[in-house]
Design a protein around this ligand. Sequence first.
Ligand SMILES: Nc1nc2c(c(=O)[nH]1)N[C@H]1C(S)=C(S)[C@@H](COP(=O)(O)O)O[C@H]1N2
Ligand SMILES: [Mo]
Length: 417
Amino acid sequence: MVNWLAKLRKGYGKKLRRIHTWNAWIVVILAITGLILVSGYWREALGGWRVWIKWAHVYVGLLLIAPVIYYLFLAAKHWKQLRGRPKQKTNVIVVLGLLVGWFLSGIVLWQLKLFGPSWTNPALVIHDLLTWVGLPYIIYHSITRLKWIKEEPERRAVKIEDEPAKKGLEDERPIYSRRVFLKWSVAGVLAVIFGPPFLKWIGKDLWKTQTMEDLLASDANRMVPPPSPSPKSLPPIGGGSRGEFRVYTVTEIPAFDNATWSFTIDGLVNKEFQWNWEEFVKMQRTVQVSDFHCVTGWSVYQNTWEGLRLKDLLAMAGVREEAKFVKFYSGDEVYTDCLSLRQANYDDMMVAVLHDGQPIPSDLGGPVRLIAPKMYGYKSVKWLNRIELIAEEHIGYWEQRGYDQDGWVSKRGATET
Ligand SMILES: Nc1nc2c(c(=O)[nH]1)N[C@H]1C(S)=C(S)[C@@H](COP(=O)(O)O)O[C@H]1N2
Ligand SMILES: [Mo]
């Protein structure tokens, strides 16, 4: 009987350890791939690898539930073992909460077309929050349990529990100090690493420290005269946008002035145009209110955009019969995208010049960017400076690297090609 029990305990301990090891590796892979996915540096450096890393993150993330479920089978016994160790119990609950939270919010972000922006936005906030709080917690937990920190050979010699209070504590102090010092060092290093991105994230998403005015004040573009907003734009008829754009770019952010900027429409058109800034800001603009959604899960709602309707531009140039697609070029000289002629003629496709009554800052694609409100953000080419009518479909920057050719946000849109 004793033998049998001992055997079971041994197996149980091994199982628990194995689950723990699995789980640790999965979290390590997810942490690395996840941090790469949010990093602006890697967005620029990785190109197409980004899409592979995203799939690795998703599929390894799905594996995350396996050790959790496995653990639940052993949980009752483990819980009994932890009786009288509230710290460890808290730790188990925190880690389980993190894993489940990451898993569920991750599912929503993975299946974003199914869930839609009203789900993906809170899911992204949760995913981010758990990462900036949970990841340092887990790293701290792992490092402070490493042998070289934990093991204190002298400690056994003193054994505080056996000593009457006073004397024991005095003996204890110098011995604990190494451990305390190491723990605080680990915490300090983690704070230095995770503090800045966490504060940045909090500032952006929760406290809204960076306003559009701040962005414009530091704007790199020097376009004169500034576009003057129509009465519908200022004050914005949409009431002002809700949410924050995350600045995405695959290149350095290009800056323009009147000497370096021009806008071209060419290719299979009856009449090519090239405008300089002075000419371009004089052209007839319209105003629309629309939401903006990125495939990574965030949205900015109720943007009041003022700009040229794409279909008016196309009509002005006169689309030739051979033309079937519209190709968009960015002034960064790298990014491109493509719409079918039918998509390009949607009423809300806009060559935007103002956002909420302000010139679009260079970070967000100014002086001129495309806006394709019913499609994911990667269709909205920043620093737009050329539109070309073409006969064969062009595969855009992200689409070449694995993004869905179908950019429609909603399922209903998906049928309209
Ligand atoms: N030139 C250029 N345009 C671009 C991108 C880019 O990297 N370069 N990113 C796209 C993506 S994926 C999104 S979600 C939006 C983001 O716009 P924002 O940076 O103004 O938030 O721009 C789109 N247009
Ligand atoms: Mo995006």
